[in-house]
Write a new protein. Structure first.
Length: 109
């Protein structure tokens, strides 16, 4: 297998012809539910709700409920992403954690 070397494309230069970029097919809600991943399920629900919101046949009360659900799901996805990002980052150092314990003198009580 030959090794590929990556480099930046210069201004005006086209990327070399090769394999077309992969298109990620969104999972159905049922497939996302079976995957066991909460984030995948939320993304599938978000996509399905977006389709219903875009449908001109969606009635007013249903439209309002779908918009609220869409907003709630977006918040949950952002929280999952933020938690994953924070998990990978180093926690901030604490002054207390680096301070040695002082000697205990019971006679001072």
């Amino acid at each position: 297998m030959t090794e590929r070397k990556l480099r930046a494309v210069k201004a005006g230069e086209k990327a070399p012809a090769g394999r077309a970029p992969r298109k990620v097919t969104p999972k159905s809600v049922a497939a996302a539910a079976r995957s066991g991943s909460r984030r995948q399920l939320l993304v599938a629900l978000r996509n399905r709700i977006a389709e219903a919101i875009d449908d001109p046949k969606t009635a007013g009360p249903a439209f309002a409920a779908l918009v609220k659900q869409q907003r709630d799901i977006a918040v949950e996805i952002e929280a999952i992403d933020a938690a994953a990002k924070a998990k990978g980052a180093k926690p901030p150092k604490s002054v207390i954690a680096d301070t040695p314990d002082e000697a205990w003198d019971e006679s001072m009580i």
